[in-house]
Ligand binder design. Structure first.
Ligand SMILES: C[S@@+](CC[C@H](N)C(=O)[O-])C[C@H]1O[C@@H](n2cnc3c(N)ncnc32)[C@H](O)[C@@H]1O
Length: 214
């Protein structure tokens, strides 16, 4: 699986390659990662990537000509999808992460400033929102997306960790504890120390959460 992030701030997004599970998966070439700097595709000597909105209004809008050049520079794999991070997009869910994990390539367009020329719609497959809040840019959203999709790729994490959460109804982990048994008067639930595996199993089933159910 290859992630390609089209962004004004590649260094920000590159932080994901330096840590923990995703770093290891990249080293093992289970995942691939590339950033495309939108500014490299500006056509004037000032490296202009944005302009004022038609009709007036606050902020600056990323220019469609520069963005399209950045997008078409990406070599597309056979099973690829191009998505735009947008608070108006469809809410990103575990189900969506599953769907993306079956692709060969996910091209992620990260906006910044006031927004992006709406004609980007002609060059993307879908819009994705991380939730009903506004970030200053799509970089943090792209990191969350890469992390959640990347961990579903076989070999990235222990597959046993995925079995419950990756199928509908998307069970979440039950509460977990490790030593010490008592910490500042707070005890580990006694059933977990009982050695009774049937009881432990039942307790864990009851205590498991479900994604989307609070
Ligand atoms: C400041 S936001 C633009 C918000 C835009 N003016 C609006 O009201 O919809 C800049 C960029 O951050 C990203 N972004 C902000 N919030 C997001 C969210 N909830 N999910 C995904 N991307 C988001 C998008 O790429 C967006 O183009």
């Amino acid at each position: 699986m290859k992630f390609c992030v089209v962004t004004l701030f590649p260094e920000f997004v590159k932080s994901i390659v330096s840590f923990s599970i995703i770093k290891n998966a990249l080293a093992k070439k289970i995942l691939e990662f590339e950033t495309i700097n939108i500014r490299d595709f500006a056509t004037d000597s000032y490296k202009t990537v944005d302009d004022r909105p038609y009709g007036g209004g606050a902020g600056m809008i990323l220019k469609i000509d520069v963005l399209e050049k950045a997008l078409t520079s990406v070599k597309k794999e056979p099973k690829a999808k191009t998505i735009l991070l947008d608070p108006r997009g469809k809410r990103f869910t575990q189900k969506k992460a599953e769907e993306y994990s079956l692709l060969n390539q996910l091209i992620i367009v990260s906006g910044h400033y006031e927004g992006i020329d709406e004609r980007i719609n002609y060059f993307i497959d879908e819009k994705v929102s991380l939730g009903d809040f506004i970030l200053t840019g799509g970089e943090i959203a792209s990191l969350a997306l890469i992390d959640s999709v990347g961990r579903l790729i076989p070999g990235v994490i222990n597959q046993n960790s995925l079995t419950k959460e990756s199928r509908p109804p998307f069970f979440l982990e039950y509460p977990q504890y490790t030593r010490p048994e008592v910490y500042k008067h707070h005890r580990v639930p006694p059933v977990l120390l009982s050695g009774d595996h049937a009881k432990i199993k039942k307790w864990r089933e009851n205590a498991s959460g479900k994604l989307g159910v609070k």
